[in-house]
Design a protein around this ligand. Structure first.
Ligand code: SF4
Length: 125
């Protein structure tokens, strides 16, 4: 065990929408019985990419004692999930994640993906 940053999920606030599952490149989050869960501590690196897409504010980062992050555990989980991966697209130009970097954003109450080309238009109008 070590003291480190890890995602904390407030089950009272979580509505089970599942939006936080895809931004987690490590496969640390699953929806279980209608609520998001960090399935194994060693899969969560505490980077917090899931936080930006949560519509209810259920996700935060806390510093606490946890199992160390494990690249090996991530590699096993990610290879198991590759076949089930859904390709994400930019809401504005429809570019897919294999073509250009996508970023999570919130717009008019929706959680969306925007690509590196379209992001400046969102920022600067
Ligand atoms: S995005 Fe937020 S509300 Fe939706 S499942 Fe994840 S933690 Fe729950």
């Amino acid at each position: 065990m070590t003291i480190r940053n890890i995602v904390k999920i407030d089950e009272e606030k979580c509505n089970g929408c599942g939006l936080c599952v895809i931004p987690c490149a490590e496969g640390a989050i699953e929806i279980i019985n209608g609520k998001a869960k960090v399935i194994r501590e060693e899969l969560c690196d505490g980077a917090g990419f899931c936080l930006g897409v949560c519509p209810t504010g259920a996700l935060t980062i806390e510093k606490r004692e946890a199992a160390p992050f494990s690249e090996k555990a991530v590699a096993e989980v990610v290879s198991d999930r590759e076949e089930a991966h859904m390709i994400q697209r930019c809401f504005s130009c429809n570019s897919e994640e294999g073509e250009i970097a996508l970023f999570p954003c919130r717009l008019k109450g929706k959680s969306l993906w925007v690509c590196a080309k379209c992001l400046p238009k969102l920022i600067h109008g």
